[in-house]
Ligand binder design. Structure first.
Ligand code: ZN
Ligand code: ZN
Length: 279
């Protein structure tokens, strides 16, 4: 299990839990129990909404605690004093398609691995370090990260639909008692809060989701995109079918397991050569 003691990451995790708990409270207390009491649809929406929340929390936990593909350190220390003397060794300046040396970890690392300053380790096919999951997104946990984005986007859209439907019902069934007016004010206030939360985070995760999918189809991680853009050159790579690129992230199991957070981790581990670390 991996967990980094980064204060920003820990805060973001707790903030995520608080946002999910608030959304659940508003939907159950102020939408379903207010507008759908006694209806079978109340129970249906309650079960569906909490099933999606389970998907969000489970995929989030797997992204947080999974090994993103950390490059193991050699059993015995390696001597890279030559590279230190020369500054950045030629291996470190390669185009990322060969084995390189990480001078911070003092180890060899496979193609497409990059060093994360927050995790202080090299990660295979590192995409970026995400504070919302307090972990790197790499070869082994990108699948869970995409699942987390997908379920969060679904939750935001569903919350927005339920919220707006609740308002429509409420204003279409106007009653005039004082208790009703008070309850309606509180429902509207929480509804506005949830609308802002859903739109803000919904748009954010949808943009992130498209970004992840386009980086998979482009066969270029977030880190590689930044490096290639700064160097204004991209190393040639054989073109692969989109399905093959998706399978590198989601694994080689059946397609219906791609959105199941309980399924096996993605990643091909093809960058690892058995025995490569016996140095
Ligand atoms: Zn490193
Ligand atoms: Zn990291």
């Amino acid at each position: 299990m991996v967990f980094h003691k980064d204060p920003c990451g820990v805060f973001c995790i707790l903030f995520t839990y608080a946002l999910v708990a608030y959304a659940d409270y508003v939907i159950i207390q102020h939408v379903i129990l207010t507008t759908l009491t006694g209806s079978i649809w109340g129970a249906v929406h309650c079960v569906l909404f909490n099933t999606i929340i389970f998907g969000v929390l489970y995929s989030h936990a797997r992204t947080v605690f999974s090994d993103p593909g950390i490059v193991p350190l050699p059993i015995m220390g390696l001597d890279f004093s030559d590279l230190h003397v020369q500054g950045k060794g030629h291996m470190d300046q390669s185009n990322g398609e060969d084995w390189t040396v990480c001078q911070r970890c003092e180890t060899y690392r496979p193609p497409r691995a990059h060093h994360c300053k927050i995790c202080r380790r090299c990660v295979r096919r590192m995409d970026h370090h995400c504070p919302w999951v307090n972990n790197c997104i790499g070869e082994m946990n990108q699948k869970y990260f995409i699942q987390f984005l997908f379920y969060t986007a679904l939750l935001c859209i569903y919350a927005l639909i339920l919220n707006i439907s609740g308002w429509m019902w409420m204003f279409g069934n106007a009653r005039s008692s004082n208790a009703d007016l008070l309850s309606r004010k509180s429902t509207v206030a929480h509804g506005i809060g949830l609308c802002i939360e859903s739109i803000l985070f919904g748009l954010f995760v949808i943009v992130m989701l498209f970004d992840q999918i386009s980086s998979i189809f482009g066969d270029e991680t977030g880190v590689e995109y930044t490096i290639h853009r700064s160097r204004k050159t991209r190393p040639p790579r054989p073109r692969k079918p989109r399905m093959a690129l998706l399978r590198e992230v989601f694994g080689y199991g059946p397609v219906y397991t791609w959105l199941m957070p309980c399924s096996a981790p993605g990643g091909t581990v093809r960058s690892l050569v058995p025995g490569s670390y016996d140095v």
